[in-house]
Design a protein around this ligand. Structure first.
Ligand code: ADP
Ligand code: MG
Length: 397
């Protein structure tokens, strides 16, 4: 689960990390009061969407102005004006995809005088199975580009969970970032704070880009991105309360309410599968047969009729879907029960595109009989390869 920059900064502030003073704004009328509460003489008006690259992004609507999603203002009036221009408009960045994201919230904060922009992140490193600090002197810009062109400029320091964070981690990071004197002390303290926050809130990712050195020589977190482990959210009511459902894919949101593991993709073949491994194998074989999956969907071990119906609704609500492949292994569940569920779901939801059903496992013959006798236009398949071929042929002709 991701949160907005202004929410992440409030968390950082509550842990004592250095951030600028700022005010979130939900409605244009609030912008002037919010900006007026800050000191000036420089204000920064920032679009709040769950995507990075806002500064270099651009708006779809002409009346949002030429500038990107991070704008400088020299007066309260100008700050309010810029906030009004961005609210309700669609911001496109390299992370949003071409559709962009509607800006429903703005953050107005005190402008900082920047001496240097650095990069810092904490993440769970799968290779070492540890939490790692990732840092670079090349902050502010696209870290992806740095990773691509000059990977030697990105350094990583992993933390042994047995010792946890130690001041020497912070000193190593400080020296690798070229920090000196007081800044080294500030860095050691800030890294301690960030590590504590990361662990205590069960984060998956914490990115400060840029971490700056101000003109006064102090460290400050100028941007903040946080991602939390969805499986641990139940332990953090304060974090769960920050969820902004308007930022999430509506189909993924509906799926999460029914405990379906669903991820929307760009292809044309909707997949309904039980088990994550089988779901991945199904996606692979669809690609192998020359088409692209429209989604990943694991309906889980206990695929009830209700779940199957809901899964159908979600798949068919995707207008890119030109055909559906149901691939279920009846292990704990029996194939005849699943077949009845599929038929009932198709009858309830209706079917505008070809449907191929492949069943395997307990009571598979009864299952196939139910599909064949349903009177519905369902194509039965014998095995996975056959199923993939049939659905690709049905879609591509
Ligand atoms: P994004 O990463 O989505 O583009 P950032 O918050 O990193 O958004 O802002 C982009 C750039 O805007 C920063 O690299 C920095 O140069 C500038 N910037 C952001 N916030 C401030 C601020 N409070 N004061 C001065 N400059 C800022
Ligand atoms: Mg940034």
């Amino acid at each position: 689960m991701n949160i907005h920059e202004y929410q992440a900064k409030a968390l950082l502030r509550s842990y004592g990390a250095p951030v600028s003073d700022g005010r979130p704004v939900m409605r244009a009328e609030e912008a002037k009061t919010a900006a007026g509460e800050l000191d000036g003489p420089l204000w920064v008006v920032k679009a709040q969407i769950h995507a990075g690259g806002r500064g270099k992004g651009s708006f779809k609507e002409a009346d949002a102005g030429e500038k990107g999603g991070v704008r400088l203002a020299r007066s309260v009036e100008e700050a309010a004006e810029e906030a009004k221009k961005m609210l309700g408009r669609t911001l496109v960045t390299h992370q949003t995809g071409p559709a962009g994201k509607q800006v429903n919230r703005i953050y107005i904060e005190d402008g900082s005088e920047i001496e240097t922009e650095l990069y810092l992140a904490l993440l769970v490193d799968r290779a070492t199975s540890r939490v790692s600090f990732v840092c670079s002197t090349e902050g502010g810009m696209d870290i992806e580009e740095v990773a691509d062109k000059t990977p030697e400029k990105i350094l990583s320091f992993s933390v042994d969970p047995a010792t946890g964070y130690q001041p020497y981690h912070g000193r190593r990071i400080a020296f690798s970032l070229g920090l000196k004197g007081q800044q080294v002390k500030q860095c050691v303290k800030l890294m301690d704070t960030l590590y504590r926050l990361f662990i205590e809130k069960d984060m998956e990712m914490l990115e400060i880009n840029p971490l700056i050195v101000t003109d006064k020589g102090d460290l400050k977190c100028l941007d903040a991105k946080m991602g939390f482990d969805g499986n641990a959210i139940y332990r953090h009511d304060d974090i769960a309360a920050l969820r902004d459902e308007t930022e999430e894919d509506s189909k993924e949101l509906a799926a999460s309410k029914y405990d379906l593991n669903y991820i929307a993709l760009d292809g044309e073949i909707g997949c309904m599968v039980n088990g994550a491994g089988l779901a991945m194998a199904t996606m692979d074989i669809i690609k192998l047969k020359g088409a692209e999956p429209a989604n990943f969907l694991d309906v889980g071990g206990g695929a009830t009729k209700e779940k199957v119906t809901e899964a159908f609704k979600i798949i068919t609500s995707d207008e890119n879907v030109k055909g559906i492949l149901v691939n279920i292994f009846g292990g704990i569940m029996r194939c005849d029960v699943i077949a009845e569920g599929v038929i009932a779901a198709v009858k309830e939801v209706g079917l505008q595109v070809p449907l191929v059903v492949r069943l395997e496992g307990t009571n598979v013959d009864q299952g196939k009989e139910i599909i064949n006798n349903s009177g519905l236009d369902v194509i039965a398949a014998d095995n996975l390869s056959d199923a993939a071929e049939k659905i690709v042929k049905a879609v591509k002709g």
